[in-house]
Design a protein around this ligand. Structure first.
Ligand code: ADP
Length: 182
């Protein structure tokens, strides 16, 4: 099974991913977590990515696409994977299509977690990660609306998007996602 989890920053992608990876026995691939690990280990990629992350901008597509291409080759992705935070731009979505096509794999679904903007800001301000200050948050939301929304439209044209209300109790949201995939 191959799933994509899309949602604005603060929409709860990470929270739901933890459950979904267990439910479907697939590997959780969070590009944000992978990048933060690279930043923490001061790798070449981490050093390049950090400035973009601090500003709340997208890390250049090529870096992200190479990172995901390499990661999905690993043994633990054989059973499928759950993409969290990728693709986040149209070039990334097209690169993913190509990657899957070459392996004759198919995307099962795109899960869109919908949360109103004022709720997103409230959640992110309460979270306190290094890039969760008000200015960066505002920029990340803008980047989401400008660069990631077209990705949703791209998948909507393929009738592949499950629209999920991302507000309310976490288990209720979970249930909605599972139901949409049944
Ligand atoms: P959030 O969804 O709250 O913004 P993430 O952990 O998904 O948190 O992403 C944190 C930052 O990592 C983003 O603001 C961006 O700079 C970078 N990033 C993560 N995924 C991608 C991606 N697919 N393409 C480009 N940049 C990314």
């Amino acid at each position: 099974m191959i799933l994509i989890l899309i949602g604005a920053p603060g929409s709860g992608k990470g929270t739901q991913a933890k459950y979904l990876k267990e439910r479907y026995k697939i590997t959780h691939l969070s590009t944000g977590d992978m990048l933060r690990e690279n930043v923490g280990n001061a790798t070449k990629l981490g050093k390049k990515a950090n400035e973009y992350m601090q500003r709340g901008e997208l890390v250049p597509d090529k870096l992200i696409i190479d990172m995901i291409a390499k990661r999905t080759l690993k043994e633990d992705c054989k059973n499928g994977f759950l993409l969290d935070g990728f693709p986040r731009s149209l070039p990334q979505a097209k690169a993913l299509d190509e990657m899957l096509g070459k392996k004759e794999l198919e995307l099962d679904a795109v899960i869109n977690l919908i949360v109103p903007e004022e709720e997103l800001v409230r959640r992110l301000l309460g979270r306190g990660r290094a890039d969760d200050n008000e200015e960066t948050i505002r920029n990340r939301l803008k980047v989401f609306n400008e660069q990631t929304s077209p990705v949703l439209d791209y998948y909507r044209k393929q009738n592949n998007v499950k629209e999920i209300n991302g507000t309310g109790a976490i288990p209720k949201i979970r249930e909605q996602i599972i139901k949409s995939l049944a």
